[in-house]
Design a protein around this ligand. Structure first.
Ligand code: GLA
Length: 404
């Protein structure tokens, strides 16, 4: 999701307070419900989810908060019920009739909301008329899943309004479907799963074929996850994402398997000439990334930060050279992190999310956090002429109701 402003304060409490206040200012009364859903950062396992592979994300302490209340006076002409959404930092207000939901123009943030409403209506839930205010502290367009956080927050709100709960997995899949059908992005399951299932103190090793999640404890005070926003929007992401997905499907088809999950590096090697250079490199990234992800999960369990960090650097190289979804600015940030090295406090670093801009994720020695941030900022500013935005984060709680 791309949008210019992101003015919400970073903590959940502050974001919730702003949502509460905006609701009072906009609708003239205190909202009954407050719900929150986090963004995510992926440590490793990039562009593997739609190949039924492995990913290792965590929810971050940046949230989309929705404040809402029933509005008995709202009624549309035909279907009778409607909802009003207002968001200062996503851009404006809209009213939607809760009959047949129509898509907005492509690229508009309202599609994420509408897609989730449509998913609930399709499941024959009878929604009441309501007013809502959305406040986001997830950096927009930064590859930290601001759109999945928005979808999951709306789904969490609807559950609260209806005083019901749908199975968490079904909720994540409903939100993924909203992204496919309304936003037109053929994403995998990682982002919505992370926002629904995020837990404090653990990464999630998700098997995107079985959809099982194995928590990987991340509690050591010695290491910190640092997110660095290149401040470059991932504009190409939509069309290139679709193309990568098609290339992977084409590779699996040529190799006679349901997905690239079923191919080994040795198997790929045998067929490399038939596949051609580009498709071969795309497949090599996916297959090697699955191996790196499983290996990294083991290394993190063993608190072997050197190995985990090396795997992150290797993941970046593969995304840059074989999958070709990086960009100069992300490469520059990772190069600076490499120069800082373990001595200077960086175990590993890589681009995170879909690519073509957005953020890098780095595994950093907690003791060296301040100096690492300083060096990354000053060298990036000097070479790219852009000030990066950095923040440290820890695994955070998934979607939840703050006030019911
Ligand atoms: C985007 C998609 C995810 C995943 C990543 C790349 O964030 O929404 O499903 O494919 O890109 O790993």
């Amino acid at each position: 999701m791309t949008n210019p402003q992101n003015v919400a304060s970073s903590t959940l409490e502050a974001c919730a307070r702003q949502a509460d206040q905006h609701f009072v200012e906009t609708f003239g009364c205190k909202p009954r419900w407050l719900v929150a859903s986090p963004g995510r950062v992926n440590l490793i396992g990039e562009h593997t989810d739609y190949n039924e592979g492995f990913v290792l994300p965590m929810a971050i302490d940046r949230y989309v908060v929705v404040a809402a209340d029933i509005n008995t006076e709202l009624s549309g002409k035909n279907s009778g019920k409607s909802a009003v959404f207002h968001s200062a930092n996503l851009g404006g207000s809209f009213r939607v009739s809760l009959g047949k939901i129509k898509k907005s123009v492509p690229g508009n943030w309202t599609n994420y909301v509408k897609g989730v409403l449509a998913g609930f209506l399709e499941r024959e839930f009878s929604l009441p008329s309501f007013n809502a205010v959305i406040q986001s502290s997830v950096p927009l367009g930064g590859g930290l899943s601001s759109s999945a956080a928005l979808e999951v927050s709306v789904a969490t709100l609807l559950e609260a309004l209806l005083d019901t709960s749908i199975l968490p997995k079904e909720k994540a899949l409903l939100c993924q479907q909203a992204e496919h059908q309304f936003a037109g992005v053929p994403c995998g399951i990682m982002d919505q799963f992370s926002s629904v299932f995020g837990q404090e103190d653990a990464l999630m090793l998700i098997d995107c074929r079985s959809q099982e999640i194995k928590p990987i404890a991340f509690t050591s005070p010695d290491v910190t996850i640092l997110i660095t926003n290149s401040s470059v929007d991932h504009e190409l992401a939509g069309s290139e994402y679709r193309e990568r997905r098609q290339q992977c499907e084409a590779a699996a088809k040529s190799l006679g398997v349901p997905s690239l999950r079923d191919v080994t590096l040795a198997g790929l090697e045998k067929s490399s000439t038939e596949l051609g250079d580009t498709i071969n490199r795309r497949a090599r990234h996916v297959i090697s990334e699955n191996i790196r992800t499983l290996h990294a999960a083991d290394a993190i369990c063993a608190e072997d930060w050197n190995t985990a960090g090396e795997l992150m650097f290797a993941s970046h190289d593969s995304l840059r050279d074989d999958y070709e979804v990086s960009c100069q600015e992300l490469d520059l940030l990772v190069d600076i992190a490499r120069e800082i090295g373990v001595e200077g406090g960086v175990y590993g670093s890589r681009m995170t999310g879909g690519g073509f801009g957005g953020c890098t994720v780095s595994l950093v020695k907690t003791d060296s956090l301040a100096s690492v941030k300083q060096t990354l900022s000053s060298r990036y500013l000097k070479s790219a002429g852009i000030a990066p935005r950095l923040f440290a984060t820890r695994p955070a709680r998934g979607a939840h109701v703050i006030r019911a």
